[in-house]
Design a protein around this ligand. Sequence first.
Ligand SMILES: CC(=O)[C@@H](O)[C@H](O)COP(=O)(O)O
Ligand SMILES: NCC(=O)COP(=O)(O)O
Length: 249
Amino acid sequence: MSTSNRILLGVNIDHVATLRQARGTRYPDPVKAALDAEEAGADGITVHLREDRRHIQERDVLLLKDVLQTRMNFEMGVTEDMMQFAERIRPAHICLVPETRQELTTEGGLDVAGQEARIKAAVERLSKIGSEVSLFIDADERQIQASRRVGAPAIELHTGRYADATTPSEVADELQRIIDGVNCGLHEGLIVNAGHGLHYHNVEAVAAIKGINELNIGHALVAHALFVGFKGAVAEMKALILAAAAMDR
Ligand SMILES: CC(=O)[C@@H](O)[C@H](O)COP(=O)(O)O
Ligand SMILES: NCC(=O)COP(=O)(O)O
């Protein structure tokens, strides 16, 4: 079981594209954001090509594939169209996420336990193209064990409930749920990542959990970039998570 202090920052650039799509302009370009993020210390770039194309477009993914110096973490719903696109792109990492068109953002984790055969087939198919497949799930023992059973090498724990918690006791409960999830994932032999809704004021407690491999963060970085620039926003976040991960708690 790994209890390393090393932690990676995956920068999600979806919401750079959200701003572009709001006006149908050519700017701001998420590809430029990705390159800036890499220069500022991002360990990887995450993009979610939603079925409704509300932010990232195929064009972005195709360009990123050519220019990234780090690695792409491609988030996708489990649909035949997406499977075929992923087979064409062959990203280093693929994260399977649940998706509905009505949701404001990714509201919960993938129900792996409820559709094991379907997810297992997707994991097997995507592993054949050389991608490391992770499953975006809630920090729930049932889902974590099902993720191991379907053959995914990695999971990403959805931290949205922690991020949305308002009272100190709710925050503590949600944090504990993530800690338990990380330990359960490591026990099952999985690589454990986490993300969603993390920002400059709530990230440290999560980054301090021993054994987390990577945090994927997007919305807060794009928002902060308005004031300090994208490189500055990424560098600040990276410094924050490295410092938190290095602390002996
Ligand atoms: C799965 C996930 O958490 C990311 O894709 C991130 O949330 C992107 O933003 P939206 O969910 O708002 O599309
Ligand atoms: N998978 C989570 C992610 O990529 C970033 O989510 P957010 O920081 O934009 O909420």
